[in-house]
Design a protein. Sequence first.
Length: 465
Amino acid sequence: MARSHSDALVVFGVTGDLAHKMIFPALYAMVKKGALDVPVIGVAFPKWSMERLHRRVTDSIERSGGIDNKGALKHLLSLLKYVSGDYKDPATFTAIKEVLGKARRPAYYLAIPPSLFETVIKSLGTANLAKNARVIVEKPFGRDLASAQELNKVAHSVFPEDSIFRIDHFLGKEAIMNILYFRFANSFLEPIWNRNYVASVQITLSERFGVGKRGAFYESAGCLRDVIQNHLFQVLALLAMEPPAGRHFGAVHNEQAKVFQAMRALTPDDVVRGQYAGYRKEKDVAKDSDVETFCALRLFIDSWRWEGVPWYLRSGKYLPDTATEVLVELKPAPQRLFADSAPLTGRSNYLRFRLSPNPAIALAARVKLAGEEFVGEQQELYLSEERTGDETPYERLLGDAMAGDGALFTREDSVEAAWVVVDPVLKNHHRVRPYKRGSWGPKAADTIIAANGGWHNPICEDSPE
């Protein structure tokens, strides 16, 4: 059944950094394509004039790539309205109702700190602003299992599940969506995509920069919460899930949830936490901080398909490159007919997904060198994906949420099942280990993967190795 489109977008936190960096450029792109033509109501505490908000929006678009359509910018500015007020004050929500006017199906986007989610959601309910509406909630959805369950409870007291859109911009990336397509559009993968042929799977998200001005946020979150429990778990679910019964998002969500539910809960020895040199000198960071800026872990999925296959996840700040890659390593041939066969010469066959930068898919195979001897070398069959005119993640996700399409959003049971996996090590863990900036993290991270040939460091060049 087709769902009605939202007839207004209300952005809480419209004066914040997220709106400036991501949301305004996405709205501008949507207007250019004719995908946005409803009132956009910004809500925030500062008493800004419309002129100041217009300047903020214009500056955002100029910084994100420039203004290439003055008519679209003018139209976007004409759609904007602004409500100034405290989120704890009922008068703020009365003002929102007045500005909404005849709109009956608004979408509320909470681009605000997680500590305010509950306040705003409850206030929307109290002000009778939730009927036929949708709410879009930024990650992190909770900071542990208990808080996620409480937030879900609060959200469900005001909105039905199919009107709650838990946004993770990572899922809006084209390369992430391509994992789902590549897996189930190609029949050659299915026979080998299981414990019989896959030796291990690695997922790395590395960042070349530090926490910057986000020291206070990182002190409350850390790498495990900020990146692995959401971004990398979502990639893992797309790689590990069973074929869905159909393409509709409910079927996909069902299979993703089963992956999280089958994950074995982590123990302290499964996790290596690191902290880059100088982190404790960053602004708003405790002098004796034990917060991790790097995290590597090993986990298992207790399912028929993946029993016994280790999954290795790794992310960190101030690593050598900014990149995201997946390496699915296949088991070596059962008989060593040739002296230079794996594992003596390193990795055997593998599939490599480079998600960013410059998305690509590669298949590694050994090829015989010319001559009488049976000696070969590793080569990659390499497919580079040219990307021009892609929708940005926020453009895609905001458009989908306003259309009621939940395919790229996370569901309640998946969120809670993912927290169940990491909850045991959020407080009970080994202390962080220092690592040098520009390295691949603390040496201890190598120990958890040593049995499977060590970490694969992302290839960031435009061409294969």
